[in-house]
Design a binder for this molecule. Structure first.
Ligand code: ADP
Ligand code: MG
Length: 240
């Protein structure tokens, strides 16, 4: 569903991605782990056109991601992103936040979207919070609204960039639970996370990124239980 071929990305003369080759298959959950500054967010942002890349190729399904507006639009209607800091519209209710994309980006019928949005909020356990404004919701609830909002676009894949790292510890579980349910429904997901336990249980594959290169990759059990590379071993010792 998502394919990276020799992707290079620089900010000025600072090369941040140094030739990334990877794949996220349809219905797969791939966790991307690695130290701070290794290029994880940049890699995700290149997928939905929030950043441009200079060399190589990223394709989503059959669409190549490049800087053309038509490509960016095609990708954004197919790939949703969930950020560390929820990024909800503060002056819109939970329901309005979820309806925003389908109504204003996809131009879908408001009544239909409302019904779907209500269903999605119920699905993330927030059926009683449709009229709440973000400020009155906990961090965990806001992040669940953000996931419902991502789903409202009926994406082919969802990118998660450290979705639980801005949360108080007691709220991490409720967000991971929603993500686990999505995985069980075979949503295609590329997840940057430091939740190694989650990766162990949910990921099909794990990529370890260090210094802009994928140093190690493989089935979650292999990479997380028997990392071959010393840098992977060091990293896992530090985060677990
Ligand atoms: P990670 O998500 O793994 O912590 P990032 O992708 O955020 O890493 O950053 C990778 C590198 O790219 C870091 O050295 C960071 O400082 C740099 N970087 C990220 N975004 C920008 C930007 N907009 N301009 C310049 N440098 C950036
Ligand atoms: Mg990051």
């Amino acid at each position: 569903m998502i394919r990276f071929e020799d992707v290079h990305k620089s900010f000025g003369n600072h090369e941040v991605l140094k030739g990334i080759d990877a794949e996220v298959g349809k219905g797969q959950v791939v966790c991307l782990i690695g130290p701070s500054g290794s290029g994880k967010s940049t890699l995700l942002r290149c997928v939905n056109g929030l950043e441009t890349y200079q060399k190589g190729r990223i394709t989503v399904d059959t669409t190549q991601v490049d800087a053309r507006a038509s490509s960016i639009h095609a990708i954004r209607t197919r790939v949703s992103m969930v950020f560390q800091r929820f990024n909800l519209f503060p002056n819109r209710t939970a329901l309005e936040n979820v309806m925003e994309g389908p109504v204003f980006v996809l131009g879908e019928d408001k009544r239909e979207v409302r019904e779907r949005a209500e269903g999605l909020l119920a699905r993330v356990g927030l059926g009683a919070k449709t009229d709440a404004y973000p400020a009155s919701l906990s961090g965990g609830q806001q992040q669940r609204v953000a996931i419902a909002r991502a789903l409202a676009m009926r994406p082919q894949a969802i990118l998660f960039d450290e979705p639980t790292s801005a949360l108080d510890p007691e709220m991490v579980g409720e967000v991971l639970q929603v993500m686990r349910a999505l995985a069980e429904e075979h949503m295609t997901m590329l997840v940057v996370t430091h939740e190694i336990q989650f990766a162990r249980e949910v990921a099909d594959r794990v990529l370890f990124l260090d210094g802009g290169r994928i140093v190690e990759e493989g089935p979650a059990r292999e990479v997380l239980h028997h990392p071959r590379h010393e840098r992977t071993q060091d990293f896992l010792r530090r985060v677990t």
